[in-house]
Design a protein around this ligand. Structure first.
Ligand code: FDA
Length: 402
């Protein structure tokens, strides 16, 4: 005989715990199931262990989705200020880093403890660790076979996240359930992920691993299919396999395989104009001139990659050549070979197609009682606390409706 609950939530991560707590505090009998042995591992490792739990400026413009307007309703009904009020209620010390990013002062554990306490306040039942078997529609509700005994529920919320970081328990269960109920999926792919480069044109940059600098980076917005355009000013980091750092993680979510990303390594300066203007007065070698503005090893790498000898004298260079060099620095277009994949991706782009869901409640339009929240849905935030804000907001929307 299955044990009956009003609501079953599968996935006790950020979105699942928020949803369970909100529903339970509304008086619903809620069970929360998760297959992991440790609770909310992704919150624990987030923000370098300090959880960048929201972004004070979070709005629809900070999210990618095939329907960029879908997230508007949930985000406006549960805002960053609402989550911050909860953090303050639990007396968790926090601070703001750059660009509105809010972090815990001590540890992500505080956010996990807070969500757990909010679930306890509503008397949520836990099944964890618990393997989930089959899920079937039964009358007006659902029947779940699960370790520890079958469960019957009126509302079923899927909060199993995306595919990123499989070693801490990410699975495709959310997508499989969506397909089982005939819901469309936007093809998932890794987001907020380092990009890889190889081949002869990259050789000069391999030894630069460890160099970091602030850049402007852009991609998309043109060509076939007109991919969404991304544009960011953030730090870039050279790695052993390619490029990383916040600039690259951000742009990776907009990047389409086979297309270039465009880097401006000196966004404050028109390099060609500057070099041409200096030609008659400065007697230095090219490498030394560029090293005034860029890390010296990077300056040499760029010169070599573009067919210039670092010891060539600026005064001997034709203007056309200096323009070419300026382009290589202000408009460096490079095609990544690929990305580091789900092993390193902070998020998964794509997921349950938002056209299948109500933007007010997150319920599937054609399956009454079935909800999808958090990263399982085709709504993906920028780096900087936006993905948790989506988890809280979508969890709150479903928790208020079930
Ligand atoms: P989440 O992944 O949190 O939870 C899903 C839950 O479902 C897990 O507990 C999992 O065990 C469970 N589950 C999966 N499959 C299951 C199955 N088959 N059966 C039962 N249970 C199952 N975002 C941000 O805003 N600020 C930040 O600082 C960071 N930092 C960060 C660092 C790193 C290294 C990563 C990988 C990610 C981030 N993120 C982030 C992104 C953020 O962690 C992510 O977007 C949210 O955790 C998504 O919340 P969800 O609840 O949707 O999934």
């Amino acid at each position: 005989m299955a044990k009956h609950y009003d609501v079953a939530v599968i996935g006790a991560g950020a979105a699942g715990m928020m949803c369970a707590a909100v529903a339970a505090q509304r008086g619903r009998r809620v069970v929360l199931l998760d297959h992991a042995t440790r609770l909310a591992e992704k919150i624990r490792i987030s923000g370098g262990g300090r959880c960048n739990f929201t972004n004070i400026g979070a709005g629809p413009a900070n999210f990618l989705s095939q329907n960029p307007h879908f997230c508007r309703s949930a985000l406006s009904r549960y805002t960053a200020q609402d989550f911050l009020a909860l953090v303050k209620k639990h007396r968790i010390a926090w601070h703001e880093k750059h660009k509105g990013q809010l972090f815990c002062d001590d540890s992500s554990e505080r956010i996990i403890g807070m969500l757990r306490a909010e679930c306890d306040a509503g008397d949520v039942s836990w099944r964890m660790p618990c393997k989930v078997g089959s899920i079937e529609k039964s009358g007006t509700g659902f029947h779940i076979t699960a370790e520890g005994g079958d469960i019957a529920c009126d509302s079923l919320v899927i909060a199993t996240g995306g595919l990123s970081i499989p070693k801490i328990g990410a699975t495709d269960l959310g997508y499989r359930i969506a397909k089982q109920f005939d819901l469309q999926i936007v093809e998932p792919r890794p987001g907020l992920v380092p990009l890889t480069f190889d081949g002869p044109s990259w050789e000069a940059f391999v030894p630069l691993a460890g160099i970091a600098l602030e850049v402007e980076v852009s991609t998309g917005g043109s060509g076939k299919g007109k991919a969404q355009r991304g544009h960011f000013r953030e730090d870039l980091l050279f790695t052993h396999r390619g490029l990383s750092g916040p600039a690259i993680l951000q742009i990776s979510s907009y990047w389409q395989p086979g297309t270039p990303i465009v880097l401006d390594l000196l966004p404050e300066m028109d390099v060609a104009e500057e070099l041409i203007a200096m030609k008659t007065t400065v007697r230095k070698q090219l490498g030394n001139v560029l090293a005034q503005w860029l890390p010296a090893r990077l300056a040499d790498g760029l010169l070599v990659a573009n067919g210039f000898a670092p010891d060539a004298r600026l005064a001997d260079m034709a203007d056309a050549k200096l323009r070419k060099l300026g382009d290589a620095i202000n408009r460096w277009a490079i095609v990544p070979t690929g990305s580091e994949g789900y092993k390193k991706a902070e998020v998964t782009l794509g997921g349950v197609d938002t056209r299948e869901l109500s933007q007010q409640t997150m319920m599937a339009n054609k399956v009454p009682g079935l909800y999808f929240i958090g990263e399982t849905v085709d709504v993906t935030g920028w780096l900087g606390g936006y993905n948790f804000q989506w988890a809280w907001a979508s969890g709150h929307a479903a928790g208020s409706s079930v």
